[in-house]
Write a protein that binds this ligand. Structure first.
Ligand SMILES: Cc1ncc(COP(=O)(O)O)c(C=O)c1O
Length: 469
Protein backbone atom coordinates (compact mmCIF):
# COMPACT_ATOMS: atom_id res chain seq x y z
CA UNK A 1 0.00 0.00 0.00
CA UNK A 2 1.30 3.45 -0.86
CA UNK A 3 -0.01 6.87 0.07
CA UNK A 4 -0.01 9.54 -2.59
CA UNK A 5 0.74 13.22 -1.92
CA UNK A 6 -2.92 14.14 -1.56
CA UNK A 7 -3.43 11.47 1.08
CA UNK A 8 -5.49 9.06 -1.02
CA UNK A 9 -4.39 5.48 -0.56
CA UNK A 10 -3.35 3.83 -3.78
CA UNK A 11 -2.23 0.36 -4.66
CA UNK A 12 -3.76 0.17 -8.06
CA UNK A 13 -2.26 -2.94 -9.67
CA UNK A 14 -3.21 -5.34 -6.92
CA UNK A 15 -6.53 -3.58 -6.41
CA UNK A 16 -7.32 -4.35 -10.02
CA UNK A 17 -6.30 -7.95 -9.35
CA UNK A 18 -8.83 -7.98 -6.52
CA UNK A 19 -11.50 -6.60 -8.86
CA UNK A 20 -10.63 -9.27 -11.42
CA UNK A 21 -10.94 -11.98 -8.77
CA UNK A 22 -14.34 -10.75 -7.56
CA UNK A 23 -15.60 -10.31 -11.11
CA UNK A 24 -14.39 -13.74 -12.17
CA UNK A 25 -16.00 -15.37 -9.14
CA UNK A 26 -19.29 -13.66 -10.00
CA UNK A 27 -19.12 -14.67 -13.66
CA UNK A 28 -18.15 -18.26 -12.84
CA UNK A 29 -21.12 -18.60 -10.51
CA UNK A 30 -23.58 -17.28 -13.11
CA UNK A 31 -24.47 -20.61 -14.75
CA UNK A 32 -25.66 -22.09 -11.45
CA UNK A 33 -26.49 -19.00 -9.43
CA UNK A 34 -30.08 -18.10 -8.60
CA UNK A 35 -31.01 -15.47 -11.20
CA UNK A 36 -33.12 -13.16 -9.00
CA UNK A 37 -31.46 -11.20 -6.19
CA UNK A 38 -32.00 -12.43 -2.63
CA UNK A 39 -31.75 -9.22 -0.63
CA UNK A 40 -34.53 -6.71 -0.02
CA UNK A 41 -33.98 -2.97 -0.41
CA UNK A 42 -33.94 -2.67 3.38
CA UNK A 43 -31.24 -5.32 3.70
CA UNK A 44 -29.19 -3.64 0.97
CA UNK A 45 -29.52 -0.24 2.63
CA UNK A 46 -28.33 -1.74 5.87
CA UNK A 47 -25.38 -3.44 4.21
CA UNK A 48 -24.34 -0.52 1.99
CA UNK A 49 -25.51 2.58 3.86
CA UNK A 50 -24.54 4.29 7.10
CA UNK A 51 -22.77 7.61 7.58
CA UNK A 52 -20.25 8.98 5.09
CA UNK A 53 -16.83 7.84 6.38
CA UNK A 54 -14.91 10.64 8.07
CA UNK A 55 -11.64 9.75 6.35
CA UNK A 56 -9.89 7.41 3.95
CA UNK A 57 -10.22 3.66 4.12
CA UNK A 58 -8.09 0.92 2.63
CA UNK A 59 -9.31 0.51 -0.98
CA UNK A 60 -8.86 -3.28 -0.78
CA UNK A 61 -11.25 -3.29 2.14
CA UNK A 62 -13.65 -0.97 0.32
CA UNK A 63 -13.76 -3.29 -2.66
CA UNK A 64 -14.17 -6.39 -0.51
CA UNK A 65 -16.98 -4.80 1.50
CA UNK A 66 -18.71 -3.46 -1.60
CA UNK A 67 -18.61 -6.87 -3.25
CA UNK A 68 -19.92 -8.62 -0.15
CA UNK A 69 -22.69 -6.10 0.42
CA UNK A 70 -23.80 -5.71 -3.21
CA UNK A 71 -23.70 -9.38 -4.23
CA UNK A 72 -27.08 -10.37 -2.70
CA UNK A 73 -28.66 -7.46 -4.56
CA UNK A 74 -27.25 -8.36 -7.96
CA UNK A 75 -29.54 -9.68 -10.66
CA UNK A 76 -27.82 -12.28 -12.82
CA UNK A 77 -28.52 -10.27 -15.97
CA UNK A 78 -25.22 -11.21 -17.65
CA UNK A 79 -26.12 -14.91 -17.33
CA UNK A 80 -27.77 -17.18 -19.86
CA UNK A 81 -31.13 -17.55 -18.09
CA UNK A 82 -32.10 -13.91 -17.74
CA UNK A 83 -34.98 -13.22 -20.13
CA UNK A 84 -36.44 -10.01 -18.69
CA UNK A 85 -37.02 -6.69 -20.49
CA UNK A 86 -34.56 -6.69 -23.45
CA UNK A 87 -31.21 -7.01 -21.73
CA UNK A 88 -28.05 -8.44 -23.24
CA UNK A 89 -25.04 -9.75 -21.35
CA UNK A 90 -21.42 -8.82 -21.90
CA UNK A 91 -19.26 -10.56 -24.47
CA UNK A 92 -15.90 -11.44 -22.89
CA UNK A 93 -13.91 -9.15 -25.21
CA UNK A 94 -16.37 -6.29 -24.67
CA UNK A 95 -16.27 -6.67 -20.90
CA UNK A 96 -12.47 -6.71 -20.82
CA UNK A 97 -12.26 -3.71 -23.16
CA UNK A 98 -14.75 -1.90 -20.92
CA UNK A 99 -12.34 -2.34 -18.01
CA UNK A 100 -9.61 -0.86 -20.15
CA UNK A 101 -11.90 2.05 -21.03
CA UNK A 102 -12.18 2.77 -17.31
CA UNK A 103 -8.45 2.37 -16.69
CA UNK A 104 -7.58 4.58 -19.67
CA UNK A 105 -10.26 7.06 -18.50
CA UNK A 106 -10.37 8.93 -21.77
CA UNK A 107 -12.73 11.84 -22.24
CA UNK A 108 -14.34 10.97 -25.56
CA UNK A 109 -15.58 14.44 -26.35
CA UNK A 110 -12.81 15.80 -28.55
CA UNK A 111 -10.18 14.20 -30.74
CA UNK A 112 -7.60 16.46 -29.08
CA UNK A 113 -8.33 14.96 -25.66
CA UNK A 114 -8.51 11.32 -26.67
CA UNK A 115 -7.35 10.47 -30.21
CA UNK A 116 -7.61 6.68 -29.93
CA UNK A 117 -11.15 6.93 -28.56
CA UNK A 118 -12.13 9.15 -31.47
CA UNK A 119 -10.69 6.86 -34.12
CA UNK A 120 -12.15 3.74 -32.50
CA UNK A 121 -15.59 5.37 -32.60
CA UNK A 122 -15.05 6.26 -36.22
CA UNK A 123 -14.25 2.63 -37.02
CA UNK A 124 -17.25 1.33 -35.02
CA UNK A 125 -19.57 3.70 -36.84
CA UNK A 126 -18.36 2.56 -40.26
CA UNK A 127 -18.59 -1.13 -39.31
CA UNK A 128 -22.07 -0.72 -37.85
CA UNK A 129 -23.37 1.15 -40.86
CA UNK A 130 -22.30 -1.77 -43.01
CA UNK A 131 -23.61 -4.41 -40.60
CA UNK A 132 -27.00 -2.74 -40.20
CA UNK A 133 -27.43 -2.02 -43.90
CA UNK A 134 -27.55 1.78 -43.59
CA UNK A 135 -26.42 4.32 -46.20
CA UNK A 136 -22.63 4.45 -46.44
CA UNK A 137 -22.48 8.18 -45.83
CA UNK A 138 -24.73 8.21 -42.76
CA UNK A 139 -23.41 10.12 -39.75
CA UNK A 140 -23.42 8.50 -36.33
CA UNK A 141 -22.98 9.12 -32.65
CA UNK A 142 -22.39 6.97 -29.60
CA UNK A 143 -24.86 7.58 -26.81
CA UNK A 144 -25.85 5.93 -23.54
CA UNK A 145 -28.72 3.94 -25.03
CA UNK A 146 -31.57 3.89 -27.48
CA UNK A 147 -33.60 6.50 -25.64
CA UNK A 148 -30.81 9.03 -26.11
CA UNK A 149 -30.35 7.82 -29.68
CA UNK A 150 -34.06 8.55 -30.27
CA UNK A 151 -33.56 11.96 -28.68
CA UNK A 152 -30.52 12.77 -30.82
CA UNK A 153 -32.13 11.60 -34.06
CA UNK A 154 -35.32 13.52 -33.34
CA UNK A 155 -33.27 16.64 -32.57
CA UNK A 156 -31.76 16.31 -36.06
CA UNK A 157 -35.24 15.74 -37.48
CA UNK A 158 -36.59 18.82 -35.66
CA UNK A 159 -33.73 20.88 -37.06
CA UNK A 160 -34.24 19.64 -40.59
CA UNK A 161 -38.00 19.96 -40.94
CA UNK A 162 -38.02 23.43 -39.40
CA UNK A 163 -35.01 24.61 -41.36
CA UNK A 164 -36.82 23.57 -44.55
CA UNK A 165 -39.42 26.26 -43.84
CA UNK A 166 -36.92 28.86 -42.73
CA UNK A 167 -36.98 28.39 -38.95
CA UNK A 168 -33.70 28.08 -37.04
CA UNK A 169 -34.70 26.07 -34.00
CA UNK A 170 -31.22 26.01 -32.48
CA UNK A 171 -31.12 29.82 -32.43
CA UNK A 172 -34.76 30.74 -31.98
CA UNK A 173 -36.14 27.82 -30.00
CA UNK A 174 -39.71 26.66 -30.33
CA UNK A 175 -41.53 29.68 -29.01
CA UNK A 176 -43.48 31.03 -31.98
CA UNK A 177 -42.16 28.29 -34.26
CA UNK A 178 -44.42 26.63 -36.81
CA UNK A 179 -45.95 23.49 -35.29
CA UNK A 180 -44.11 20.27 -36.06
CA UNK A 181 -46.53 17.48 -36.96
CA UNK A 182 -45.65 14.26 -35.20
CA UNK A 183 -46.78 10.79 -36.23
CA UNK A 184 -45.93 7.47 -34.56
CA UNK A 185 -47.35 3.99 -34.37
CA UNK A 186 -49.70 3.26 -31.49
CA UNK A 187 -47.24 0.56 -30.40
CA UNK A 188 -44.20 2.86 -30.27
CA UNK A 189 -41.79 2.55 -27.37
CA UNK A 190 -42.30 5.02 -24.50
CA UNK A 191 -38.88 6.53 -25.08
CA UNK A 192 -40.18 8.15 -28.27
CA UNK A 193 -42.65 10.09 -26.14
CA UNK A 194 -39.91 10.91 -23.66
CA UNK A 195 -37.60 12.16 -26.41
CA UNK A 196 -40.40 14.35 -27.77
CA UNK A 197 -40.93 15.74 -24.27
CA UNK A 198 -37.23 16.51 -23.86
CA UNK A 199 -37.20 18.25 -27.25
CA UNK A 200 -40.07 20.56 -26.36
CA UNK A 201 -42.22 19.03 -29.10
CA UNK A 202 -44.61 17.51 -26.58
CA UNK A 203 -46.85 14.54 -27.05
CA UNK A 204 -50.34 16.04 -26.84
CA UNK A 205 -50.65 16.47 -30.60
CA UNK A 206 -48.91 13.24 -31.54
CA UNK A 207 -50.97 11.42 -34.17
CA UNK A 208 -50.95 7.70 -33.51
CA UNK A 209 -51.26 5.26 -36.37
CA UNK A 210 -53.13 2.02 -35.63
CA UNK A 211 -51.11 -1.17 -35.53
CA UNK A 212 -51.90 -4.67 -36.75
CA UNK A 213 -52.33 -7.65 -34.43
CA UNK A 214 -48.57 -8.00 -33.94
CA UNK A 215 -47.96 -4.33 -33.17
CA UNK A 216 -46.72 -3.27 -36.61
CA UNK A 217 -47.71 0.21 -37.78
CA UNK A 218 -50.28 -0.07 -40.60
CA UNK A 219 -48.80 1.65 -43.64
CA UNK A 220 -52.28 2.27 -45.12
CA UNK A 221 -53.33 4.06 -41.94
CA UNK A 222 -50.13 6.11 -42.04
CA UNK A 223 -51.31 7.50 -45.34
CA UNK A 224 -54.49 8.75 -43.65
CA UNK A 225 -52.49 10.38 -40.85
CA UNK A 226 -50.16 12.08 -43.32
CA UNK A 227 -53.13 13.40 -45.28
CA UNK A 228 -54.18 15.33 -42.15
CA UNK A 229 -50.76 17.01 -41.82
CA UNK A 230 -49.50 20.16 -43.41
CA UNK A 231 -46.05 21.59 -42.81
CA UNK A 232 -43.02 20.08 -41.12
CA UNK A 233 -43.71 16.43 -40.29
CA UNK A 234 -41.80 13.67 -38.52
CA UNK A 235 -42.85 10.00 -38.64
CA UNK A 236 -41.50 7.61 -36.00
CA UNK A 237 -41.39 3.97 -37.09
CA UNK A 238 -40.16 1.00 -35.11
CA UNK A 239 -38.00 -2.04 -35.74
CA UNK A 240 -38.73 -4.43 -32.89
CA UNK A 241 -41.85 -4.09 -30.79
CA UNK A 242 -40.79 -4.42 -27.17
CA UNK A 243 -43.45 -7.09 -26.55
CA UNK A 244 -43.74 -9.07 -29.79
CA UNK A 245 -40.52 -8.20 -31.62
CA UNK A 246 -42.60 -7.30 -34.70
CA UNK A 247 -41.06 -4.87 -37.15
CA UNK A 248 -43.00 -2.10 -38.91
CA UNK A 249 -43.24 -2.31 -42.72
CA UNK A 250 -40.32 0.06 -43.12
CA UNK A 251 -40.15 0.22 -46.91
CA UNK A 252 -43.81 1.18 -47.24
CA UNK A 253 -43.58 3.63 -44.34
CA UNK A 254 -40.50 5.38 -45.77
CA UNK A 255 -41.97 5.61 -49.25
CA UNK A 256 -45.35 6.89 -48.06
CA UNK A 257 -43.85 9.39 -45.64
CA UNK A 258 -41.27 10.67 -48.09
CA UNK A 259 -43.92 11.23 -50.71
CA UNK A 260 -45.51 13.56 -48.19
CA UNK A 261 -42.16 15.24 -47.49
CA UNK A 262 -41.89 13.88 -43.94
CA UNK A 263 -38.76 12.80 -42.05
CA UNK A 264 -38.75 9.12 -41.06
CA UNK A 265 -37.05 8.02 -37.86
CA UNK A 266 -36.65 4.33 -37.00
CA UNK A 267 -36.46 3.27 -33.35
CA UNK A 268 -34.59 -0.02 -33.74
CA UNK A 269 -33.26 -0.64 -30.23
CA UNK A 270 -32.95 -4.37 -30.86
CA UNK A 271 -34.97 -5.12 -34.02
CA UNK A 272 -32.50 -3.34 -36.31
CA UNK A 273 -30.05 -6.15 -35.59
CA UNK A 274 -32.15 -8.39 -37.84
CA UNK A 275 -30.24 -6.62 -40.63
CA UNK A 276 -27.04 -8.31 -39.46
CA UNK A 277 -28.47 -11.77 -40.18
CA UNK A 278 -28.79 -12.85 -43.83
CA UNK A 279 -31.75 -15.04 -42.81
CA UNK A 280 -33.66 -12.25 -41.08
CA UNK A 281 -32.62 -9.23 -43.10
CA UNK A 282 -35.83 -9.15 -45.12
CA UNK A 283 -37.73 -8.22 -41.93
CA UNK A 284 -36.15 -4.76 -42.05
CA UNK A 285 -36.32 -4.38 -45.84
CA UNK A 286 -36.24 -0.72 -46.84
CA UNK A 287 -34.64 0.41 -43.56
CA UNK A 288 -31.92 2.24 -45.50
CA UNK A 289 -34.58 4.59 -46.87
CA UNK A 290 -35.23 6.22 -43.49
CA UNK A 291 -33.69 9.53 -42.41
CA UNK A 292 -32.48 8.53 -38.96
CA UNK A 293 -32.09 5.42 -36.83
CA UNK A 294 -31.60 4.60 -33.17
CA UNK A 295 -30.30 1.37 -31.71
CA UNK A 296 -28.51 -0.18 -28.76
CA UNK A 297 -25.22 -1.96 -28.34
CA UNK A 298 -26.03 -3.02 -24.77
CA UNK A 299 -28.92 -5.16 -25.93
CA UNK A 300 -28.19 -7.51 -28.81
CA UNK A 301 -24.54 -6.71 -29.37
CA UNK A 302 -23.95 -7.73 -25.73
CA UNK A 303 -21.76 -4.79 -24.80
CA UNK A 304 -21.75 -3.75 -21.10
CA UNK A 305 -24.08 -0.91 -20.10
CA UNK A 306 -24.38 1.76 -21.27
CA UNK A 307 -24.09 1.89 -25.01
CA UNK A 308 -26.32 3.01 -27.88
CA UNK A 309 -25.97 4.40 -31.39
CA UNK A 310 -27.69 7.07 -33.42
CA UNK A 311 -27.35 7.26 -37.19
CA UNK A 312 -28.52 9.98 -39.53
CA UNK A 313 -28.79 10.16 -43.31
CA UNK A 314 -28.36 13.94 -43.12
CA UNK A 315 -24.97 14.74 -41.62
CA UNK A 316 -25.51 18.47 -41.75
CA UNK A 317 -28.77 18.30 -39.80
CA UNK A 318 -27.22 15.90 -37.29
CA UNK A 319 -24.26 18.18 -36.67
CA UNK A 320 -26.41 21.31 -36.62
CA UNK A 321 -28.52 19.78 -33.85
CA UNK A 322 -25.60 18.50 -31.75
CA UNK A 323 -22.45 20.44 -32.66
CA UNK A 324 -20.89 22.91 -30.26
CA UNK A 325 -17.82 25.15 -30.14
CA UNK A 326 -15.97 27.00 -27.41
CA UNK A 327 -12.80 29.05 -27.49
CA UNK A 328 -10.97 26.91 -24.92
CA UNK A 329 -11.70 23.67 -26.72
CA UNK A 330 -9.29 22.34 -29.32
CA UNK A 331 -11.55 21.46 -32.23
CA UNK A 332 -10.31 19.38 -35.08
CA UNK A 333 -9.87 20.96 -38.49
CA UNK A 334 -12.33 18.57 -40.09
CA UNK A 335 -10.01 15.61 -40.63
CA UNK A 336 -10.59 14.17 -37.19
CA UNK A 337 -13.81 13.36 -35.43
CA UNK A 338 -14.87 15.38 -32.40
CA UNK A 339 -17.46 13.12 -30.79
CA UNK A 340 -19.32 15.95 -29.05
CA UNK A 341 -20.54 17.14 -32.45
CA UNK A 342 -22.68 14.00 -32.84
CA UNK A 343 -24.17 13.28 -29.43
CA UNK A 344 -25.77 15.28 -26.62
CA UNK A 345 -23.01 14.69 -24.07
CA UNK A 346 -20.03 16.99 -23.69
CA UNK A 347 -17.51 15.05 -21.62
CA UNK A 348 -18.13 11.36 -21.67
CA UNK A 349 -16.87 7.83 -21.33
CA UNK A 350 -15.02 6.26 -24.26
CA UNK A 351 -17.71 3.68 -24.81
CA UNK A 352 -16.39 2.92 -28.30
CA UNK A 353 -13.68 0.62 -26.91
CA UNK A 354 -16.03 -2.17 -25.77
CA UNK A 355 -18.15 -1.81 -28.92
CA UNK A 356 -15.01 -2.16 -31.01
CA UNK A 357 -13.93 -5.25 -29.06
CA UNK A 358 -17.38 -6.82 -29.44
CA UNK A 359 -17.47 -6.25 -33.20
CA UNK A 360 -13.89 -7.35 -33.72
CA UNK A 361 -14.25 -10.49 -31.62
CA UNK A 362 -17.47 -11.58 -33.36
CA UNK A 363 -16.91 -10.40 -36.89
CA UNK A 364 -19.77 -10.22 -39.36
CA UNK A 365 -20.58 -13.92 -39.12
CA UNK A 366 -20.39 -13.90 -35.32
CA UNK A 367 -22.97 -11.11 -35.03
CA UNK A 368 -25.27 -12.94 -37.45
CA UNK A 369 -24.90 -16.19 -35.47
CA UNK A 370 -25.59 -14.39 -32.19
CA UNK A 371 -28.81 -12.90 -33.57
CA UNK A 372 -29.89 -16.17 -35.22
CA UNK A 373 -29.11 -18.19 -32.09
CA UNK A 374 -31.23 -15.94 -29.84
CA UNK A 375 -34.12 -16.18 -32.32
CA UNK A 376 -33.80 -19.98 -32.46
CA UNK A 377 -33.91 -20.10 -28.66
CA UNK A 378 -37.04 -17.91 -28.70
CA UNK A 379 -38.71 -20.29 -31.16
CA UNK A 380 -37.75 -23.26 -28.96
CA UNK A 381 -39.38 -21.56 -25.96
CA UNK A 382 -42.51 -20.97 -28.01
CA UNK A 383 -42.68 -24.50 -29.42
CA UNK A 384 -42.07 -26.21 -26.08
CA UNK A 385 -44.55 -24.06 -24.17
CA UNK A 386 -47.23 -24.01 -26.85
CA UNK A 387 -47.43 -27.79 -26.74
CA UNK A 388 -48.51 -27.81 -23.08
CA UNK A 389 -52.15 -27.84 -22.02
CA UNK A 390 -53.43 -24.48 -20.82
CA UNK A 391 -50.53 -22.54 -22.33
CA UNK A 392 -50.95 -20.09 -25.21
CA UNK A 393 -48.29 -18.24 -27.18
CA UNK A 394 -49.78 -14.88 -28.11
CA UNK A 395 -47.36 -13.60 -30.76
CA UNK A 396 -45.80 -14.71 -34.00
CA UNK A 397 -42.24 -15.36 -32.89
CA UNK A 398 -40.43 -13.51 -35.66
CA UNK A 399 -37.47 -12.41 -33.59
CA UNK A 400 -36.32 -12.94 -30.00
CA UNK A 401 -39.54 -12.13 -28.12
CA UNK A 402 -42.18 -14.58 -26.88
CA UNK A 403 -45.48 -13.73 -25.17
CA UNK A 404 -47.07 -16.52 -23.17
CA UNK A 405 -50.42 -16.74 -21.43
CA UNK A 406 -51.54 -19.33 -18.88
CA UNK A 407 -55.19 -20.32 -18.92
CA UNK A 408 -57.03 -20.69 -15.67
CA UNK A 409 -59.73 -23.34 -15.17
CA UNK A 410 -61.64 -20.66 -13.20
CA UNK A 411 -61.24 -18.35 -16.24
CA UNK A 412 -59.14 -15.69 -14.45
CA UNK A 413 -56.37 -16.03 -17.01
CA UNK A 414 -54.80 -12.68 -16.13
CA UNK A 415 -54.40 -13.54 -12.45
CA UNK A 416 -53.05 -16.98 -13.26
CA UNK A 417 -50.55 -15.60 -15.79
CA UNK A 418 -49.28 -13.01 -13.33
CA UNK A 419 -49.03 -15.66 -10.62
CA UNK A 420 -46.94 -17.89 -12.89
CA UNK A 421 -44.58 -14.99 -13.72
CA UNK A 422 -44.16 -14.27 -10.01
CA UNK A 423 -43.58 -17.93 -9.19
CA UNK A 424 -40.92 -18.23 -11.91
CA UNK A 425 -39.12 -15.15 -10.59
CA UNK A 426 -39.19 -16.55 -7.06
CA UNK A 427 -38.02 -19.98 -8.16
CA UNK A 428 -34.80 -18.37 -9.41
CA UNK A 429 -33.92 -20.80 -12.22
CA UNK A 430 -34.52 -18.02 -14.71
CA UNK A 431 -35.99 -14.51 -14.67
CA UNK A 432 -38.58 -13.05 -16.97
CA UNK A 433 -41.19 -10.35 -16.66
CA UNK A 434 -44.83 -9.77 -17.33
CA UNK A 435 -46.68 -7.40 -19.61
CA UNK A 436 -50.14 -6.66 -20.93
CA UNK A 437 -50.71 -7.38 -24.58
CA UNK A 438 -54.00 -6.35 -26.18
CA UNK A 439 -55.59 -6.18 -22.77
CA UNK A 440 -54.36 -9.62 -21.70
CA UNK A 441 -51.74 -10.31 -19.06
CA UNK A 442 -48.78 -12.16 -20.57
CA UNK A 443 -45.41 -13.56 -19.62
CA UNK A 444 -42.70 -11.90 -21.66
CA UNK A 445 -39.60 -13.82 -22.67
CA UNK A 446 -36.76 -11.94 -24.38
CA UNK A 447 -33.70 -13.89 -25.51
CA UNK A 448 -30.88 -11.40 -25.98
CA UNK A 449 -27.87 -12.93 -24.25
CA UNK A 450 -24.88 -14.30 -26.17
CA UNK A 451 -24.29 -17.03 -23.59
CA UNK A 452 -27.77 -18.58 -23.50
CA UNK A 453 -27.60 -22.26 -24.43
CA UNK A 454 -30.24 -24.78 -25.47
CA UNK A 455 -29.82 -26.30 -22.01
CA UNK A 456 -30.62 -22.90 -20.46
CA UNK A 457 -33.82 -22.78 -22.50
CA UNK A 458 -34.80 -26.31 -21.53
CA UNK A 459 -34.11 -25.70 -17.84
CA UNK A 460 -36.14 -22.49 -18.03
CA UNK A 461 -39.07 -24.16 -19.83
CA UNK A 462 -39.08 -26.82 -17.11
CA UNK A 463 -39.06 -24.11 -14.41
CA UNK A 464 -41.94 -22.26 -16.11
CA UNK A 465 -44.01 -25.44 -16.39
CA UNK A 466 -43.22 -26.30 -12.76
CA UNK A 467 -44.42 -22.86 -11.71
CA UNK A 468 -47.58 -23.30 -13.79
CA UNK A 469 -48.40 -26.75 -12.47
C1 LIG B 1 -37.97 -0.31 -29.08
C2 LIG B 1 -37.18 0.31 -27.96
N1 LIG B 1 -36.82 1.60 -28.06
C3 LIG B 1 -36.11 2.22 -27.10
C4 LIG B 1 -35.73 1.53 -25.96
C5 LIG B 1 -34.95 2.25 -24.90
O1 LIG B 1 -33.63 1.78 -24.91
P1 LIG B 1 -32.58 2.18 -23.77
O2 LIG B 1 -33.10 1.56 -22.51
O3 LIG B 1 -31.31 1.57 -24.24
O4 LIG B 1 -32.51 3.66 -23.67
C6 LIG B 1 -36.09 0.19 -25.81
C7 LIG B 1 -35.75 -0.56 -24.59
O5 LIG B 1 -36.12 -1.69 -24.41
C8 LIG B 1 -36.82 -0.45 -26.85
O6 LIG B 1 -37.18 -1.73 -26.78
Amino acid sequence: MTTSKNGILTDSPSLLDDAATYATEFLERLPERRVAPLASAEELRKALGGPLPDGPRDPHQVLAELTRAAEPGLMATPGGRFFGFVIGGSLPAALAADWLASAWDQNAGLYAAAPAASVVEEVCGVWLIELLGLPEDASFGLVTGCQMANFTALAAARHSVLEAIGWDVEADGLSGAPAVQLIAGEERHVTIDRALRFLGLGTADLRTVPADGQGRMRADALQDALAECTGPTIVCAQAGNVNTGAIDPLRAICDTAHEAGAWVHVDGAFGMWAAASPGLRQLVGGIERADSWATDAHKWLNVPYDSGFVFCAHQVAHQAAMGIHASYLVHSEGQERDEMDWNPEFSRRARGFPVYAALRSLGRSGVAELVDRCCAHARRFAEDLRGEPGVEVLNEVVLNQVLVRFLDPGRDHDARTRAVVKAVQEDGTCWLGGTTWHGKAAMRISVSNWSTTTEDVDRSVAAILRAAS
